[in-house]
Design a protein around this ligand. Structure first.
Ligand SMILES: C[C@H](O)[C@H](O)CC(=O)C(=O)O
Ligand SMILES: [Mg+2]
Length: 394
């Protein structure tokens, strides 16, 4: 395999679900009055699609080795991501050895520093990196979790994110994370509704099931502190992404303000070892949540995770489907994983990147055996019924 080089890299886009899991149709819980940084504008409060949460769509990156074997990965990045891959990053990938992941990562990162560092550029870079890991696995006929050092346990355990933790409990998950629906602009009435929802769910699921609130960057320090203290009565396990991702100082203060036993989690919109270093060194949170498809891919996540381990923080990746599963099963400081409920009513388990991937494993009774991951690479295929477009080529 070491002699294999990369013949070609190709970038495609897709609309409607897939890696851009916010790109859903009307009536989906994920777009039903969720608190966001845009909620202060009443006209953008009811729907996140109204302010363009789904404008990017899915990006698919394929890398083809000299023997014709193809690795691929997906992310959120759509057409701008496709442009970056085809017009800029391709020069560092084509002709390189398949195993040169560190060098390719470094060249992609350093060459985009002047317009990158986070966001869409890092999403795109992540997809290239993950496609290379998929290709290495396929060429070696080994699952990626084996390339990462091997599973440290026989199964993954999941909590579910969605509007119905009560149903998630019946489906065997270990916890349920609700989207916070009302932000500071909705005042005391909104705060009361948030707490009523939590109280109702606590009643439904009993005292021991984990309940969390995902605040999607939408609160301020005062509101988040008040919410956390009031939510302690209903045994909220953690408060997630309460503040804007650049407010490291706010997170550090929030963590100090937490009621006993409640954790702060964040990081799904953070990227690279340098971004996570700030979160960890400033004591911003107990759990970091890098999205494997956004934070820099696996090559970077290995570094982020080691740093978190040294700081005593857990790494529970945001979403990321198979890209998370293959990593989490190999790390002691990633004791459980997230499953995003993509059924419109959160009432059944469907694959997270539905409909884009074939063979995408799903939890059964909130668990996934390592055997479900024992296929070469990430073990998934592109669904030929999803019509991919290649907007640029080089
Ligand atoms: C439910 C959240 O608002 C968001 O759509 C997903 C997320 O942040 C998470 O799964 O975590
Ligand atoms: Mg979140």
């Amino acid at each position: 395999m070491t002699s294999q080089t990369i013949k070609q890299v190709r970038a495609y886009t897709l609309r409607g679900g897939g890696a851009d899991y916010h790109d859903q149709s009307d009536g989906h819980w994920i777009d039903d009055h969720i608190s966001t940084p845009m909620s202060k504008y009443p006209e953008y409060r009811q729907s996140r699609r109204s302010f363009g949460i789904n404008v990017l769509g899915t990006l698919v990156v394929e890398v083809e080795a000299s023997d014709g074997t193809v690795g691929f990965a997906v992310t959120t990045g759509g057409e701008p991501g496709a442009f970056i891959v085809e017009k800029h990053l391709a020069r560092f990938i084509e002709g390189a050895r398949v195993t040169d992941v560190e060098k390719i990562w470094d060249q992609m990162y350093q060459s985009t520093l002047y317009y990158g560092r986070k966001g869409i550029v890092l999403n795109t870079l992540s997809a290239v990196d993950l496609a290379l890991w998929d290709l290495m696995g396929k060429l070696r006929q080994e699952p990626v979790h084996q390339l990462l050092g091997g599973a440290v346990r026989n199964e993954l355990q999941f909590y579910a994110t969605g509007a119905r933790p009560d149903l998630a409990k019946q489906m065997g998950f270990i916890g349920g994370k609700l989207p916070l629906q009302h932000g500071p602009a909705e005042g005391e009435e909104g705060l009361r509704r948030n707490l009523e929802k939590l109280a109702h769910m606590r009643e439904q699921v009993g005292p021991d099931f984990w309940l969390m609130y995902d605040c999607w960057m939408s609160l301020d320090l005062n509101y988040a502190t008040r919410l956390a203290h009031a939510a302690a009565d209903f045994k909220l396990k953690w408060i997630e992404e309460a503040l804007p991702p650049d407010d490291y100082w706010g997170y550090a203060a929030l963590r100090k303000n937490m009621p006993a036993g409640m954790m702060v989690s964040t990081g799904e919109h953070e990227a690279t070892r340098w971004g996570f270093r700030l979160l960890l060194e400033m004591g911003c949170c107990d759990i970091i949540q890098p999205d494997v498809n956004w934070c820099g891919g696996l090559t970077e996540l290995i570094k982020i995770s080691a740093l978190a381990d040294a700081h005593g923080a857990l790494v529970v990746p945001h979403g990321s489907s198979v890209y998370s599963y293959h990593f989490v099963i190999t790390r002691h400081n990633s004791p459980f994983a997230e499953f995003l409920m993509m059924a419109p009513k959160a009432d059944e388990v469907v694959p997270m990147f539905n409909p884009l991937l074939l063979d995408e494993p799903i939890p059964q009774q909130g668990r996934m055996s390592v055997n479900q991951l024992d296929k070469p690479g990430f073990g998934v295929r592109l669904n030929p019924e999803c019509l991919l477009e290649r907007p640029y080529s080089h």
